[in-house]
Design a protein around this ligand. Sequence first.
Ligand SMILES: [Zn+2]
Length: 202
Amino acid sequence: MYGDAVARLVGELKALPGVGQRTAERLAFHLVQAPPERARALARALQDVSESVRPCRVCFNVTDQDPCRLCSDPGRDAGLLCVVERPQDVLALERVGGFRGRYHVLLGAVSLLDGVAAEDLTIAPLVARVKQGGVREVLLATNPTFDGDATALHLQAALAPLGVRLTRLARGLPIGGSLELASKAILTEALERRQAFPAAQE
Ligand SMILES: [Zn+2]
């Protein structure tokens, strides 16, 4: 209908999360009608990302330097690890500010529905990190969803035998929501008032 090249662009855009046919077409036609530099700059940014961005070998956050800036920052407390599901969650917590520990990104959550098992996540490298020593507290900051809670229980089973203090973000985050979508005030409070996990531990 609008030529192979545009159809291919629409197809690629449609493969992105949250982008349907109409949005893909709107974006494609915007790019087609924009000055050519706009489309070239976008193509270059995509190429740079695909060539230079990798998971950090320590925390699995996305980074263009390995270990990432957060893992290499001597000003951050290596004794406090915040475990999150996805790189976007690191971004959400860093935007809030106030957290001065380090992170571990699971690259997903345990999910029966999506067929994700605990072994598919970066739990083994997390256990290895804690076993290396120097970690006092692991804050389980998985999302307040069914899958996030199930993942926290898996983490508890894996980490409790290591004798490290386990905490969970305070309730107050909307149930079924995500760190990414939580307001700054709610996220700050959830961090500050984090609780022992499981609750009966203390
Ligand atoms: Zn890192």
